[in-house]
Design a protein around this ligand. Structure first.
Ligand SMILES: Nc1ncnc2c1ncn2[C@@H]1O[C@H](COP(=O)(O)OP(=O)(O)O)[C@@H](O)[C@H]1O
Ligand SMILES: O=C(OP(=O)(O)O)[C@H](O)COP(=O)(O)O
Length: 394
């Protein structure tokens, strides 16, 4: 990588604003998957060992510029403290006089976690004033938030214009591993796209169609495609204004000779709940008052076959609502197929996909678990990541 890293700079006694991606799954005020926290530990420990004052910043969820009590980073500070085996102070804000005073009191090697940066409207707008306020806290900016590197926000991009800016160790590793896998991909090359961020991911498919041999669609995302084929999808997740785009992708795949795989059956539920009534139906028979919350077993078998005959698979986004046991079968089946495909280089991307692989105990059988979903997809599309571009060149 041609960007400077933490290894290239002097850190002793420096106030370091380190952007991490602690956007972790939470339930009832507890962190339910700590993959992203653990992934940031090498950089945090390195900064501590080098005698820096470590100011950590992250977003959590999408509070849209307002304080949302459930999205405070306090539970994350507690988990981090346990994992680091040292005290982690937690600020109630992300910048300003109180935070500055807290930073002034830090000793070398201390760790302070700022409050959720997305509580401020300026964050996602990449407001220069907010970026300057962040920069004001520090002598150096370290970006280790690979998972948010595709966002040009005040704490991921803006700040880098006001203070020397380098990459963290996780950021470096992600770019290195993904870059190597993609520079000359082994074939057949398969992408599996699922999850619920339909708007974000649907655009990615266009570029992926230029690169892959097989494109597998699952999760909530799939039903805009199922609808585009003229089937009734009941109350399943739908991005109405993307139906035409979905149709054009199916056509593009045909023209390019890319195998485009969509669900042939689904597990449907009468409502979005663990104890909902559920049944498996063929994709043409989704009842109008029901919603599809997982791919069905026939689809899972089809997808598993393609996975096992691929040499490179990138997987982003669960196949169903895997958090609920009734709708976890599809995600588990895909994870298992990947775990058993010994000859396949598997790259898992995205907070929820990584959490799913962890939940089903297949994590150590994957080739690389990326902490970025959208970020790894955009990187694989060949797009520049603003959070990386903004860093200082070597
Ligand atoms: N059929 C579906 N309907 C609604 N939500 C779904 C469906 N399939 C998957 N999901 C949800 O998608 C979420 C993950 O989506 P996303 O954030 O896009 O994935 P990732 O974090 O892996 O990039 C999970 O919480 C899961 O419950
Ligand atoms: O969870 C994240 O993205 P991902 O779900 O694509 O992995 C990142 O923290 C970015 O979050 P965002 O998509 O709300 O900007």
């Amino acid at each position: 990588m041609n960007k400077k890293s933490v290894k290239d700079v002097d850190l002793k006694g420096k106030r370091v604003f380190c952007r991490v991606d602690f956007n972790v799954p939470m339930k009832d005020g507890h962190v339910t998957d700590e993959t992203r926290i653990k992934a940031a530990l090498p950089t945090i420990n390195y900064l501590i060992d080098q005698g820096a004052k470590v100011i950590l910043a992250s977003h959590l969820g999408r509070p849209k510029g307002q304080v949302v009590e459930e999205l405070r980073l306090t539970p994350v500070a507690e988990r981090l403290s346990t994992l680091l085996g040292r005290n982690v102070s937690k600020a109630e804000e992300a910048y300003g006089e109180t935070v500055k005073a807290a930073v002034d009191h830090m000793d070398d090697g201390d760790v302070l976690l700022l409050e959720n940066v997305r509580f401020y409207a300026g964050e996602e707008k990449n407001d220069p004033e907010l970026a300057k306020a962040f920069a004001d806290l520090a002598d150096l900016y370290v970006n280790d938030a690979f998972g948010a590197a595709h966002r040009a926000h005040a704490s991921t991009e803006g700040i880098a214009h006001y203070v020397p800016a380098v990459s963290g160790l996780l950021m470096e590793k992600e770019l290195d591993v993904l870059g190597k896998a993609l520079s000359n991909p082994e074939r057949p090359f398969t992408a599996i796209i699922g999850g619920a961020k339909v708007k974000d991911k649907i655009e990615v498919i266009d570029n992926l169609l230029d690169k892959v041999d097989n494109l597998i669609i699952g999760g909530g995302l799939a039903f805009t495609f199922v609808k585009a084929q003229g089937h009734d999808i009941g109350k399943s997740l739908l991005e109405e204004d993307k139906i035409e785009l979905a149709q054009s992708f199916i056509k593009k795949a045909e023209e390019k000779g890319v195998k485009f795989l969509m669900p042939v059956d689904a597990v449907v539920a009468d409502r979005f709940a663990e104890d909902a009534e559920a049944k498996t139906v063929s994709i043409e028979e989704i009842p109008s008052e029901w919603m599809a919350l997982d791919i069905g077993p026939e689809t899972a078998n089809l997808y598993s076959d393609v996975i096992q005959s691929s040499k490179l698979v990138i997987w982003n986004g669960p196949m169903g609502v895997f958090e609920m046991d009734k709708f976890a079968g599809g995600t588990r089946a895909v994870a298992e197929a990947l775990a058993e495909a010994n000859d396949t280089y598997s790259v898992i991307g995205g907070g929820d996909s990584a959490a799913a692989v962890e939940k089903f105990h297949f994590a150590d059988r994957m080739s690389h678990i990326s902490t970025g979903g959208g970020a790894s997809l955009e990187f694989m599309e060949g797009k520049d990541l603003p959070g990386v571009v903004a860093l200082n060149d070597k």
